[in-house]
Design a binder for this molecule. Structure first.
Ligand SMILES: [Zn+2]
Length: 133
């Protein structure tokens, strides 16, 4: 691990920060100290969650869901032993993220309707392509 060092310039007598490749700067820069933390590659999926003009509340909840960090029944039980772990929407005995986003009857109905709309839209596009319009 390399550190950004503060040294005194011999020419001007001012203090300079020594960064990467032995470059000297007047200002401290975090880019020059990137050796302290390891940069992780950007994951393309996050662009679908965090994008300009998104509603931050929904982006945050979606981000928590992708990290399995929502306060679902199975997770709250880890924090508090006597917590109510049933689903607050349908009283399913053990609420978890799969139940919330896939298997709950209400969620399943939403997915079903979305798929109908998607299939209908796809059918219209394919139909128009076949007709040449
Ligand atoms: Zn439920």
């Amino acid at each position: 691990m390399r550190k950004q060092k503060l040294i005194r310039s011999q020419d001007s007598g001012i203090m300079l920060w020594k960064g990467r490749n032995d470059r000297y700067n007047k200002k401290f820069g975090t880019k020059e100290t990137s050796q302290v933390r390891v940069a992780k590659p950007t994951i393309e999926e996050y662009k679908g969650i965090w994008f300009p003009h998104s509603t931050r509340k929904y982006s945050f909840i979606t981000w928590l869901a992708t990290k399995n960090r929502l306060a679902t029944g199975d997770r709250t039980q880890k924090w508090k032993r006597n917590a109510n772990v049933s689903c607050v929407f349908c009283q399913y005995p053990k609420g978890n993220i799969e139940h919330l986003f896939v298997f709950m009857p209400y969620t399943f109905k939403i997915w079903e309707e979305l798929m109908k709309c998607q299939m209908s839209a796809s059918g219209q596009v394919l139909g128009s392509l076949e007709r040449g319009s």
